[in-house]
Ligand binder design. Structure first.
Ligand SMILES: [Fe+2]
Ligand SMILES: [Fe+2]
Length: 176
């Protein structure tokens, strides 16, 4: 099945960001059964991978729209940036934790391309979202925005967890 970004060839609308527009941009992705399955996977601490992607996508949408970038492609790419299904914290799989940061963008891109018909910006957003850890430079401004937003959201999610749990489960979550 191939799903296309129908908005990619229409002019980007210059107006204030709204939750309604955000939802319409990611509607087909957010309601796809495979993407919905990300709700069953833990991302950084106690939040689901789906909620992490949703949060990265929303912040990306607001910032890219304010900056008059291609906010549609950036938002759709951000929604798919962590589209993988293994537990990166699993100590029992050889090299899982060590290699995860480097290999999951490619896995996410492959999974996304199997279902959605992505444009160049969407692909670059997914593939380069771990930059500068993955050395190859992003090709688009939108990809740089997503790399920063992803790190901001990951940090926020971790501090929210630490505040809530007063550091109790932090070491257990990271297998330390
Ligand atoms: Fe990621
Ligand atoms: Fe992420």
């Amino acid at each position: 099945m191939s799903i296309t970004n129908e908005n990619s060839e229409t002019a980007l609308i210059v107006s204030e960001p709204t939750v309604t527009e955000f939802k319409s941009i990611i509607k087909d992705i957010a309601n796809n059964a495979n993407v919905l399955a990300l709700k069953e996977h833990v991302q950084h601490v106690n939040n689901s991978r789906y909620s992490h992607c949703l949060s990265v996508a929303f912040h990306t949408y607001v910032i890219c729209k304010k900056l008059k970038l291609d906010y549609i492609s950036a938002t759709r790419g951000a929604m798919l940036h962590d589209f993988y299904f293994y537990d990166w914290r699993n100590k029992h799989v050889e090299g899982q934790k060590k290699l995860h940061a480097f290999r999951h963008p490619r896995i996410a891109l492959t999974n996304a391309c199997d279902i959605f018909d992505l444009n160049e910006i969407e692909k670059d957003v997914i593939l380069k979202h771990m930059w500068p850890l993955t050395i190859r430079l992003p090709k688009h401004k939108e990809s740089y925005i997503v790399t920063f937003v992803d790190k901001y959201c990951a940090t926020y999610e971790m501090f929210r967890f630490l505040k809530k749990n007063k550091h109790k489960n932090f070491h257990r979550h990271y297998g330390l």
